[in-house]
Design a protein around this ligand. Sequence first.
Ligand SMILES: *[C@@H]1O[C@H](CO)[C@@H](O)[C@H](O)[C@H]1NC(C)=O
Ligand SMILES: *[C@@H]1O[C@H](CO)[C@@H](O)[C@H](O)[C@H]1NC(C)=O
Ligand SMILES: *[C@@H]1O[C@H](CO)[C@@H](O)[C@H](O)[C@H]1NC(C)=O
Ligand SMILES: *[C@@H]1O[C@H](CO)[C@@H](O)[C@H](O)[C@H]1NC(C)=O
Ligand SMILES: *[C@@H]1O[C@H](CO)[C@@H](O)[C@H](O)[C@H]1NC(C)=O
Ligand SMILES: *[C@@H]1O[C@H](CO)[C@@H](O)[C@H](O)[C@H]1NC(C)=O
Ligand SMILES: *[C@@H]1O[C@H](CO)[C@@H](O)[C@H](O)[C@H]1NC(C)=O
Ligand SMILES: *[C@@H]1O[C@H](CO)[C@@H](O)[C@H](O)[C@H]1NC(C)=O
Length: 342
Amino acid sequence: MTTVWRMMLLLLLQLLWQASASTARIAREGCPERCGDVEVPYPFGMGDGCFLQGFDVTCNSSFNPPKPFPGNGNIEALSISLDGHMKVNHFIAHDCYDKNGVRTQSNRPSIDLSQKPYKFSDARNKFVGIGCDAQAYVVDHDGKFATGCGSLCNNMSYVINGTCSGIGCCETSVPKGLRAFDIWLWSYSNHSGCWSFSPCSYAFLADLSFEFNASMFLSYDKVESLPVTLEWAVGNKTCEEARNDKDFACVAEHSECYNSTNGQGYRCNCSQGYEGNPYLEGGCQDVNECEDEAKNQCLYQCQNTQGSYSCVCQKGMKGDGRKDGTRCSSELPYLQMGLGTS
Ligand SMILES: *[C@@H]1O[C@H](CO)[C@@H](O)[C@H](O)[C@H]1NC(C)=O
Ligand SMILES: *[C@@H]1O[C@H](CO)[C@@H](O)[C@H](O)[C@H]1NC(C)=O
Ligand SMILES: *[C@@H]1O[C@H](CO)[C@@H](O)[C@H](O)[C@H]1NC(C)=O
Ligand SMILES: *[C@@H]1O[C@H](CO)[C@@H](O)[C@H](O)[C@H]1NC(C)=O
Ligand SMILES: *[C@@H]1O[C@H](CO)[C@@H](O)[C@H](O)[C@H]1NC(C)=O
Ligand SMILES: *[C@@H]1O[C@H](CO)[C@@H](O)[C@H](O)[C@H]1NC(C)=O
Ligand SMILES: *[C@@H]1O[C@H](CO)[C@@H](O)[C@H](O)[C@H]1NC(C)=O
Ligand SMILES: *[C@@H]1O[C@H](CO)[C@@H](O)[C@H](O)[C@H]1NC(C)=O
């Protein structure tokens, strides 16, 4: 082949690759891919035939931009990720008093995801209580358990910003598999010992990165919800049990199944060297490692292959062409390696 032909062939291959890449879908064919600013990848979906059972999303366009609500609930999705996570806005509990110790504001957020394929992530959330007369609890709907923490302080000078150790702020970890619970919040003495600087208590699930500071004592009565992370999984079987079902969800070629680490169910992932949506037929596509220097180890020339890539040295040079391998040299590879390490 002449060089010109070779170049034209390369160009053609590149065009073909780009064409296939640009058709990569995240939703089922004919289904909307986003609601407002939020991408909605399959198995989630909006409209008949667009979602896997349990993963329906309602796009409410009375908001501008429109907002997605998984499972027709009242929890807004902020982002949905194919790695099994979903950020949502979750309500926070308030408990406020006036200076006579009379309660002025109180609510008990309650949530029930028990019929849904998602649960609160134990790995990415914590439970937080804020205030100087706060007893904050997560209480399981079935009455199986309650967990929580308390915070008491009678002088603002004891409160340390940035730490959450029971003086102004307390925290505890989230149990695995958490799906249906109420948040309870009460006080020992109606905030009478701390009312001037802490008239309210708050309790909520928050991202692990949440950091307390004392300005929240007064500003959080305006905060209604905070982002928390849910984990989703398909069904209630392990990969091995589900693999032979006719509705097994890892349908893409080059996809793999892995068990959820937070309760029942499984998820899918594209195999190494492939990317895309493993829940769709043809959803996992080859990664062209040669297009991105960070994805390959080639010194001189890179050739993409299905699921991988290989490196080539200049004409007349020897070696595997890899920065982490025998590199390229005009000598025998082992001599080059000897020189390189001396
Ligand atoms: C959309 O949101 C509005 C405001 O919260 C609510 O009144 C309405 O019922 C929602 N519509 C749907 C279809 O859920
Ligand atoms: C809070 O502590 C500071 C410093 O220890 C003290 O000066 C102040 O009087 C205390 N305030 C109250 C309300 O006890
Ligand atoms: C708190 O307030 C309630 C009613 O508002 C009252 O019955 C109770 O005695 C108060 N408790 C304390 C410790 O002040
Ligand atoms: C305290 O927290 C609030 C609310 O998250 C934030 O806006 C503010 O910047 C924080 N202040 C400091 C000093 O970190
Ligand atoms: C903590 O943060 C609040 C609000 O940002 C500030 O008013 C207070 O002085 C800070 N306290 C300390 C001990 O740094
Ligand atoms: C698993 O899910 C199926 C279908 O949703 C349901 O009928 C079954 O009771 C579930 N099994 C368990 C152990 O939760
Ligand atoms: C899934 O979990 C089951 C039961 O715990 C285990 O036997 C199996 O090896 C796991 N499969 C994968 C792919 O991790
Ligand atoms: C999914 O695949 C990607 C790319 O191969 C890999 O980086 C990631 O660790 C995999 N995730 C799991 C949970 O196996």
